[in-house]
Design a protein around this ligand. Structure first.
Ligand SMILES: *Cc1c(COP(=O)(O)O)cnc(C)c1O
Length: 371
C-alpha cells in the first residue's frame, strides 16, 4: 500500500470548492458595514427554519448558548433537575450547570449510543423539569418514547442537535420535539468560520423569548424587559452559513456514502455504528468500537491516519463534575464504550481511496492481533 496522510477533518478542501461564493458573501457584509444582526441573519434564520421544516430559528453565539438560552426560555432555574446522558460533549451539561439546574444522568442505549428512553422514568423526581436528549454523532435519539414520557410528566424537551444538522427521525428533520439546539462550530456538518449556534422551534413564545435573551433582554432598543445577555449569531457567520446551507444535503449525502463504504469494508472486523429504522444518520462522526482501541489508534497514527475519541472521559468522571460524587460504575455502558470507541476520518470531501486505505490499515492491525 502507498502511504497516505489523512486528516480527521479537512476544512480546506471544502473552502477551496466554494471559495468564490464564500469570499463574495463575506465581502458583501464587510462592504455593508452591518456586522450585528440585520438582513443576513434574518434570512439565514428563515432559511434554516425552512430547512428543518420548523416555524422559527433564532441565531445565537454558539451551540452552548443555544442550549443555555433554551433552558432559560423554558423556565429552568436553580434547583430544577434536567435529565441527560453522560456520554456527550461537555457543553451539554455545562449549559445545565450555567442555569444552576441539577444534572440527572441516565445511561445510553448500547446500540445507538443515545439516551435509553427505558431508563428515563426512574430518573424523574418532583424536581425534574426537562429532558435533554443528545443526537450524538449525527444519529437521532428515539424521540417518540421520550416525548411520551415528557408529556405524561409535564417536562420540557430540549434536543441537543449540535451534531445532527439534517438528521431525520421517522422521516422528519430534527428537532422533532419542542426545541432543537444547533452549533455551527467550523467542523460541524453545517459549520461557519468561527463560533455560532441556533435554536429551532415551532413555539413562537420560546422563539420570542430567546430573541430577547440573546440581545440584552430587549425587543426595542434600550427597553429591557428581562435580564438578557449578548449572544448573537454574527452577520458574517450568517452570510457564510447561507452559502453552506445550499450544500448541506449534498454533503450529508457524501457522509452517508462514506459510512456505507466504511461499513462494507469493516463488517466483521470491528463494531460498526447502527442506523435504526427510524433514523437517517448524518455521520457527523463515524465511530467504531474495538477492545484494542488504544493500540489501534497508535497503529493508525503510524500509518498517517488521524483518529479521535468522542469522548474519552464520561462527563460524570470529569474533574469539573467531581461535585456530583458519581464514581466509576455509575453508568456502565457509557464507561465501557469510552474505552472502546474510535472516530475515523469523516468529512464530505474524503475520497474512496482514502477510506479504502484506512480500512486496509485497520484490517492489517486486527489480523496482526489474531496471529
Ligand atoms: C459542538 C457541541 C456543542 C457545543 O457547541 P459550541 O458551538 O461549540 O458551543 C454542544 N453539544 C454537542 C453534542 C456538541 O457536539
Amino acid at each position: 500500500m502507498i502511504e497516505m496522510k489523512i486528516n480527521f477533518v479537512d476544512l480546506k478542501r471544502q473552502y477551496e470548492a466554494i471559495k468564490g461564493e464564500i469570499d463574495a458573501c463575506v465581502n458583501r457584509v464587510i462592504t455593508s458595514c452591518n456586522f450585528v444582526l440585520g438582513d443576513e441573519v434574518n434570512k439565514f434564520e428563515e432559511e434554516f427554519a425552512a430547512y428543518c421544516k420548523s416555524r422559527f430559528c433564532v441565531g445565537v453565539g454558539s451551540g452552548t448558548d443555544a442550549l443555555r438560552l433554551s433552558l432559560l426560555a423554558a423556565g429552568i432555574s436553580s434547583g430544577d433537575e434536567v435529565i441527560t446522558v453522560p456520554n456527550t460533549f461537555i457543553a451539554t451539561t455545562l449549559a445545565i450547570s450555567e442555569v444552576n439546574a441539577k444534572i440527572k444522568f441516565v445511561d445510553i442505549d448500547p446500540e445507538t449510543y443515545t439516551i435509553d428512553a427505558a431508563r428515563i422514568e426512574k430518573a424523574i423526581s418532583e424536581k425534574t423539569k426537562a429532558i435533554l436528549p443528545v443526537h450524538l454523532y449525527g444519529n437521532a435519539a428515539d424521540m417518540a418514547p421520550i416525548m411520551e414520557i415528557a408529556e405524561k410528566n409535564n417536562l420540557a424537551v430540549i434536543e441537543d442537535a449540535c451534531q445532527a444538522h439534517g438528521a431525520d427521525y421517522k422521516g422528519k428533520k430534527v428537532p422533532t420535539g419542542n426545541i432543537g439546539c444547533f452549533s455551527f462550530y467550523p467542523g460541524k456538518n453545517l459549520g461557519c468560520y468561527g463560533d455560532g449556534g441556533a435554536i429551532v422551534t415551532n413555539n413562537e413564545e420560546i422563539a420570542e423569548k430567546i430573541k430577547m435573551l440573546r440581545n440584552y433582554g430587549q425587543k426595542i432598543r434600550y427597553h429591557h424587559l428581562i435580564k438578557g445577555t449578548n449572544s448573537r449569531l454574527d452577520t458574517i457567520q450568517a452570510a457564510v452559513l447561507r452559502v453552506k446551507l445550499r450544500y448541506i444535503e449534498k454533503w450529508n449525502g457524501s457522509r452517508r456514502r462514506h459510512a456505507k463504504l466504511y461499513n462494507e469494508l469493516l463488517g466483521g472486523v470491528v463494531e460498526l455504528p447502527v442506523e435504526k429504522e427510524y433514523a437517517k444518520h448524518v455521520y457527523h462522526l463515524y465511530v467504531i468500537r474495538t477492545k484494542k482501541r488504544d493500540e489501534l489508534q497508535g497503529y493508525l497514527s503510524k500509518k498517517g491516519i488521524a483518529s479521535l475519541i468522542h469522548y474519552p472521559i464520561p462527563i460524570h468522571l470529569q474533574k469539573a463534575y467531581s461535585d456530583l460524587n458519581l464514581g466509576e460504575g455509575s453508568f456502565p455502558i457509557t464507561e465501557r464504550y469510552a474505552n472502546e470507541i474510535l472516530s475515523l476520518p469523516m468529512f464530505p470531501e474524503l475520497a474512496d481511496e482514502e477510506i479504502a486505505y484506512i480500512c486496509e490499515s485497520i484490517k492489517e492491525f486486527v489480523s496482526s492481533q489474531n496471529r
